[in-house]
Design a protein around this ligand. Structure first.
Ligand SMILES: [Zn+2]
Length: 399
């Protein structure tokens, strides 16, 4: 694709996103906000209207002369499927063109599930969503999938997802062949960051780090309003940064990776370590420690379990150290704690903030915000909706 075409497509997406963010807006106002001349904005909005993504909706107030025509995103032009392919779950939504959820399902699965079984569950969930799609002019526009691993976006291949034990899985073509719909894939933490930018509480923050905490740990890094992808598109693998020189081997093959100290998996291993040391209470003991789940640990901590509170504080401390490193490198305005950690509670957040502020060299010199995602565990699926819209308009060749 020529540079000119690419630039035009990116501008078109920018115009669409501006209409979406403002809900209803005139062409003149768009031109001011995105810093493109009126003729360019008119051409782009005309295209968006012709394609059905944008509609004219009445008139605004006149400032002398003709009243301006107002534009709105056509939320019912088509539906989109967003999928968060977790390590121990699949979360799927069907939404309209502005991210309003029409159908949602969350399916748990066991860690290390066989790939064929996992794909069968994925296909079942997609099929269910397809059946729930309402009649719209464009039908289902695409499927976006967030995967916890290293993704080659152009080819739609999962190069390595250590926690799924996947290597070189051509996920896009597998799903495309089955459903005959455009499929876009990306790293799940990147999708989460995109979800926050498009549909989250802090969409206007231009430099942020989104932390996706599940069984593993990943980061989506937004610099100057854009996802930072790095040279090969693999940036953000914070879970596999080394914070311990001597430790067990990580699922990625490295030693001493952060995600073994700062994730749901870490929560489980800290609990086991404590029980082994004889630290028990009426919630956790050697009798039930093997059946305990991360969500049960969080619940028990809220009910007053000393052991669970100790485990949460230890994980918060280690995560704080990892995040302090990120803060030193990127100087973000905000760190958003997302996915499963958005349910970890006030105890966790307080400790995390304390450690980041203690450990980061630069945090004391500016107003760093550390917040829990308001989208909770929906940031990734919503980010997948945003991914379909933006890739469809800017990088149609990815599908
Ligand atoms: Zn690792």
């Amino acid at each position: 694709m020529g540079n000119h075409t690419l630039l035009k497509q990116i501008n078109k997406l920018l115009v669409l996103k501006t209409i979406l963010d403002n809900k209803i807006i005139s062409r003149t106002k768009i031109s001011k906000l995105v810093d493109l001349n009126k003729a360019t904005v008119s051409n782009l909005t005309d295209e968006l209207i012709k394609e059905g993504y944008v509609v004219e909706k009445g008139y605004g107030k006149s400032k002398g002369g003709r009243r301006p025509v107002l534009l709105q995103v056509n939320k019912d032009v088509g539906s989109i499927i967003g999928i968060d392919l977790g390590v121990d779950y699949i979360h799927i939504i069907l939404s309209n063109f502005v991210g309003e959820v029409i159908f949602e399902e969350y399916a748990n699965m066991k860690i290390g599930e066989d790939k064929e079984k996992l794909l069968r569950l994925l296909f079942d969930l997609i099929e269910k969503s397809v059946k729930k799609a309402p009649q719209t002019p464009k039908g289902i526009l695409g499927i976006g999938i967030g995967v916890p691993g290293i993704i080659e976006k152009e080819s739609g291949t999962v190069l390595l997802a250590p926690n799924l034990k996947w290597q070189n899985v051509p996920l896009r073509s597998i799903v495309q062949q089955k459903f005959n719909l455009p499929v876009y894939i990306d790293n799940e933490a990147n999708a989460g960051a995109l979800g926050e930018k498009w549909f989250g509480e802090w969409g206007k923050v231009s430099d942020l780090i989104y932390l996706s905490v599940g069984i593993g740990l990943g980061a989506g890094i937004i610099i100057d309003n854009k996802l930072f992808r790095g040279a090969a598109g693999f940036a953000g693998e914070v879970g596999h940064t080394t914070i311990n020189f001597q430790d067990d081997v990580c699922s990625c093959g490295n030693i001493g990776c952060l995600e073994n100290f700062a994730s749901e998996r870490a929560l489980l291993s800290v609990i086991k370590k404590l029980v082994k040391q004889g630290v028990e209470d009426r919630y956790i003991s050697w009798e039930n420690v093997d059946e305990i789940t991360p969500s049960r640990i969080i619940q028990a901590a809220k009910e007053g379990s000393r052991v669970c509170r100790m485990a949460i504080l230890e994980v918060a401390e280690k995560m704080g150290i990892g995040v302090a490193n990120l803060v030193n490198i990127f100087n973000p305005e905000m760190v958003i704690i997302g996915n499963k950690a958005s349910f970890f509670g006030e105890l966790f957040l307080e400790k995390l903030r304390e450690v980041i502020n203690q450990r980061s060299f630069i945090a004391q010199f500016y107003n760093l915000k550390i917040e829990v995602s308001k989208l909770k565990d929906r940031a990734v699926v919503l980010g997948c909706i945003a991914m379909v819209i933006s890739d469809m308009l800017s990088f149609p060749e990815y599908a």
